[in-house]
Design a protein around this ligand. Structure first.
Ligand SMILES: [Ca+2]
Ligand SMILES: [Ca+2]
Length: 181
């Protein structure tokens, strides 16, 4: 029995979140369904640039994962998905993938467009993701690194990096931006 490190365990959770049709593979269609859920919840029309940016960020990441997988594959099993994420090089070759995702998520979550995510905007996001509101203040505090009571794009980016790269402990609050509870 292989003992999984925290990164691998988090990536397995992410796989389960994405594989919404439960067929044991993650595909681009799984990502599209998630982007459509954002569009519906945040009332983003098909021409909204925030929606396009979110889809583009996920598409770029997906291509990055496929580039690290067996050529010709268009769906990834759990093991392939975990291995591809770890091979992408978020801390070396491709930091842009997480930066762009953070930027796109930030623009959608910042519903009033004041360039910062308030605790109310964060709570609305948690409701959308089906996370109980009880933990919201604690999660918010952990994400608000500079303690100014708002979440910045940079704080989201840092949390996503920690989710993918920190192997110190299982819990990484950035998972919340990827749909982990
Ligand atoms: Ca805001
Ligand atoms: Ca902050």
């Amino acid at each position: 029995m292989v003992r999984l490190d925290p990164i691998a365990r988090r990536l397995r959770q992410l796989f389960a979140v994405l594989d919404t049709d439960d067929d044991g593979f993650v595909t681009w269609e799984d990502h599209q369904r998630m982007v459509e859920a954002y569009a519906e919840n945040y009332s983003l029309g098909p021409d909204d640039p925030r929606l396009a940016a979110l889809a583009e960020a996920y598409w770029a990441q997906w291509l990055g994962l496929l580039a690290k997988s067996t050529p010709g594959r268009f769906r990834l099993s759990q093991d392939e998905y975990v291995a591809a994420h770890r091979a992408v090089g978020y801390d070396t070759d491709r930091p842009d993938l997480l930066e762009n995702l953070a930027k796109a998520l930030f623009a959608v979550l910042d519903s009033d467009g004041d360039k910062r995510i308030s605790s109310d905007e964060f709570a609305a996001y948690l409701t959308f993701r089906g996370v109980s509101g009880d933990d919201a203040p604690l999660v918010f505090q952990r994400l608000d690194l500079d303690r100014d009571s708002y979440l910045s794009q940079r704080e989201i980016a840092r949390s996503l990096r920690a989710f993918h790269l920190n192997n110190d402990g299982l819990h990484a609050p950035g998972g919340i931006f990827l749909g982990l509870h």
